[in-house]
Write a protein of this length. Sequence first.
Length: 243
Amino acid sequence: MSSARIALRRAGTVSALAAAGVLAAAGIASAHVTVHPESYAKGATDGVLTFRVPNEEDTASTTKVQVFLPTDHPVLGVLVTPQDGWTAKVTNTKLKTPVKTDDGTITDAVSEITWTGGKIGAGQYQDFNVAFGQLPDDTDQLTFKTLQTYSDGKTVRWIEEAASGDEEPENPAPVLKLTAKGADEDAAAPTASAKTTAAASASDGSDSTARALGIAGLVVGVLGLAAAGFAIARGRNSGTRAE
């Protein structure tokens, strides 16, 4: 086999491995529980939050999801969208500090939603949609700590919070950013439907880490092809000199 063909085969192998590595890394980077959209305006009313739960196990299914809502900055008027195969249990908690609204004073709010009875298989995800009446206006973000239980008894605790400026933790809790009123009208606008929300969030793709890895993979692939081209040219020049 000529040196040019060997170079081509090696370049193809390098490119393929680089692409596979990029895809695997992108999957890992995005395989945690998230909330969509990523932001809403402070005090937004009549919207929908979608909790996306991917299954990370190859030999077990997700059978239980628990989302904990903050009560120090409560989400008011929570309603759960029915999910085929899943049963939702909503837990209310009495608030330490009642919230005054135009409709009166609110003394209790939802603190936990637990979904059971369904199954999220390997390589699959499930969107759980939660409607709200009003978001708080006295904080910059809401953290929704989440527990994900598998059929083999394993529980993944998505409860870690990143400190300012730190890298994302291994098991980050879903975080909803709350922007200044009027600064993010698109985020504040009510979601037209759960399907629209899911489609929009799916188009977001992987996070910045996955994008960086993608660029690195493309660079490796280009370098491999360049090396192959150089080997071909050198082989031709060698043949010419031999003649």
